[in-house]
Design a binder for this molecule. Structure first.
Ligand code: FPP
Length: 225
């Protein structure tokens, strides 16, 4: 039985370091190629029928990486926003940031605020997880729900970063690792999961198309039968 098309796909982009290592390149080159893969995927939203793509770009645990690497990732983020914002606007991509992004460097926060404002009318959503951790998200949502009255599944979900997004249909992780790494733990409750060996810099829009095709052929039961 076909379930129909996916509305919301999230991706744990993993394997940049291994991609670089295989080529005897510095890790930052893997991240750079990783940004190119992101760009190609966002461009492909023009021809792929998907309402929301959520990407895990920087977790709250990623601060534990060497300072140089954290700096490289932040710099790539700055450049990406600067270079690709006009395209987002032109192609009706609405940028959304999930995570504790307001505690990033002030210039990045400012750039992101500007980008959020300028893309707010977009019809497809690109949600980027920055300084994101799902357990912290759930704790904050539970607190907010409790402050507003009763904690229920519904009231808690209304306080998650993703409250305004379609339900998560499919979660993809690249590079062969099979774990969630504190990403969208609540939202993944009924999501299909796809783990692929492809390293993130090698991930193309065709891989996403294949994943969506695979999804549309799966039967989801949501606990029923
Ligand atoms: C995992 O590779 C990837 C990350 C920690 C960061 C993902 C970031 C990007 C693709 C670039 C920035 C994104 C945007 C949206 C501008 P890894 O370093 O853990 O790889 P490894 O496991 O092979 O070492």
């Amino acid at each position: 039985m076909a379930e129909g098309r996916a509305r919301h796909v999230a991706i744990i982009m993993d394997g940049n370091g291994r991609w670089a290592k295989k080529r005897h390149l510095p890790r930052v080159m893997g991240h750079r190629k990783g940004v190119e893969a992101v760009r190609a995927l966002v461009r492909s939203l023009q021809s792929i029928d998907l309402e929301c793509l959520t990407l895990y770009a920087f977790s709250s645990e990623n601060w534990k990486r060497p300072e140089d690497e954290v700096d490289d990732l932040m710099e790539l983020m700055r450049r990406f926003i600067k270079s690709d914002l006009p395209e987002f606007i032109e192609h009706n991509v609405r940028l959304k940031i999930i995570g504790d992004w307001q505690s990033l460097a002030p210039d990045i926060v400012e750039m992101l605020e500007d980008a959020l404002r300028r893309t707010e009318n977009g019809t497809r959503t690109l949600a980027v997880a920055l300084n994101y951790g799902a357990q912290a998200e759930i704790v904050a949502a539970a607190r907010a729900a409790a402050a507003g009255g009763e904690i229920t599944e519904r009231s808690l979900a209304q306080h998650l970063y993703t409250a305004d997004l379609p339900p998560l249909d499919l979660l993809v992780r690249t590079s062969g690792e099979v774990r969630l790494s504190n990403f969208l733990l609540w939202q993944a409750a009924y999501a299909e999961m796809l783990f692929t060996e492809v390293l993130w810099p090698d991930y193309t829009p065709d891989h996403l198309r294949e994943a969506l095709d695979h999804f549309s052929r799966r039967e989801r039961r949501f606990g029923g039968r």
